[in-house]
Design a protein around this ligand. Structure first.
Ligand SMILES: Cc1ncc(COP(=O)(O)O)c(C=O)c1O
Length: 376
């Protein structure tokens, strides 16, 4: 039997620890793309079948986060889903405040700031070093808050927010909550029903092991009827094939947050990627990541390097970051040695997944030691 690591050909030649940026390519996802081309060639223009593929991608995500498929919009990027959501919110009343954390991915912050033209008042919750104390959210969230928008795991330093506590805090003030779970999906169990979150966005590029061009927006079903996006398209209509040019009739489900022609090739890849994650099991993945990230942190601290992620395992996700004053050069030199990682700000981002092992961790730590002069 082929071991799970053997399903990722890159490990024949490289130590790949860059899943926060892009998951490693599996033979399953390679086959999925080949199947798309085969179907196109053999069937011509099988749009009915491709519609079913889109539904399979919707169901795969719904299964992963315990949503109902009707609560999931399939989008081409996280930005597209969040923009459609923002377009459905009304900032003209007294409740016009958007509370965002300073750990947001730029796209999310930019989308909320774009709503200032529509009356939104955006308030940032500042970080204290590599964490954001809950008290700072408590200070920012009030009766004027329409929505709280938080990143589950920060793309800069790997810090994981206590999203459950923030959701409860926001709901107590009557505010909605959007969680950007892009950096957490596939690494830790996420149950939208248990969390009671209103909106959750993410994509398949990273720990869900598929490729660019496919993302999701979960919308709690009780909210759907009252949310009427103005960012629309024919695939967000109640009946796509009505071809109505005299009216806009949004679909009753979360499909109303979709737009134009779906990213068909990527739906094949998404189904294959999420299937792999489900086969391994998200709880198993989380357990293994605790071991790998624990070993990374220990190696970094033992060698005297500057750990930028929190030490507490409850406060970080799958990504561990370490400071370098020449981080672009360090990333390049490590890549020349066959070690693939990435960087943001002055942080080198080391992001294992279930396909990594402790030998990979040793190789990365030895690689950092080799370039000790860059590690300040
Ligand atoms: C936390 C987070 N949110 C959002 C994005 C970007 O999403 P998209 O490009 O699909 O809009 C990324 C991608 O790196 C991310 O890490």
């Amino acid at each position: 039997m082929v071991s799970i690591r053997d399903r990722f050909p890159i490990f024949k030649s490289k130590i790949y620890m860059n899943s926060c940026s892009q998951g490693a390519l599996s033979i399953d996802v390679q086959d999925a793309y080949a199947n798309y081309l085969r179907d196109w060639d053999e069937k011509g223009a099988p749009w009915e079948y491709w519609g079913q593929q889109n539904e399979a991608a919707r169901h795969a995500f719904a299964g992963l986060v315990n949503a109902e498929p009707n609560e999931v919009a399939v989008t081409t990027s996280l930005s597209a889903g969040v923009s459609a959501l923002a377009s459905a919110l009304d900032f003209s009343g007294e409740r016009n405040k958007v509370v965002i954390s300073d750990f947001e991915f730029p796209t999310v912050a930019q989308i909320w700031h774009a709503q200032e033209a529509r009356g939104a008042k955006v308030v940032h919750v500042p970080a204290a070093g590599n964490i954001i104390p809950l008290s700072r959210f408590a200070d920012a969230i009030d009766e004027q808050t329409l929505i709280v928008s938080i990143s589950h795991v920060c793309f800069r330093n790997g810090t994981m927010l206590d999203i459950q506590a923030i959701i409860e805090m926001a709901h107590a003030k009557g505010a909605l909550v959007l969680v950007d779970s892009y950096q957490a999906l596939g690494t830790t169990p996420i149950d939208v029903k248990k969390l009671k979150v209103d909106f959750l966005a993410g994509g398949v590029l990273k720990y869900l092991l598929a490729s660019a061009g496919l993302a999701y927006l979960y919308v709690r079903k009780e909210l759907l009827a009252d949310l009427k996006p103005t960012a629309m398209g024919w695939f967000s209509q109640a009946n796509i094939f009505a071809m109505d040019i005299y009216a806009n009739t949004p679909h009753p489900t979360a499909r109303r947050f979709e737009s134009g022609t779906p990213p068909v090739p990527n739906t094949y890849a998404a189904v294959a990627g999420i299937k792999l994650v489900q086969q391994v099991g998200v709880e198993n993945i989380e357990r293994q990541l605790k071991v790998l990230t624990g070993a990374l942190k220990e190696g970094i601290m033992k060698r005297g390097f500057n750990l930028m992620s929190p030490v507490d395992p409850a406060k970080h996700g799958a990504m561990i970051t370490v400071r370098s004053h020449k981080v672009d050069l360090l990333t390049k030199w490590l890549a020349n040695d066959g070690i693939i990682v990435s960087h943001r700000d002055d942080n080198l981002r080391i992001s294992p997944h279930f396909y990594n092992d402790l030998h990979d961790v040793d190789c990365v730590i030895d690689g950092l030691s080799k370039y000790r002069e860059l590690m300040v």
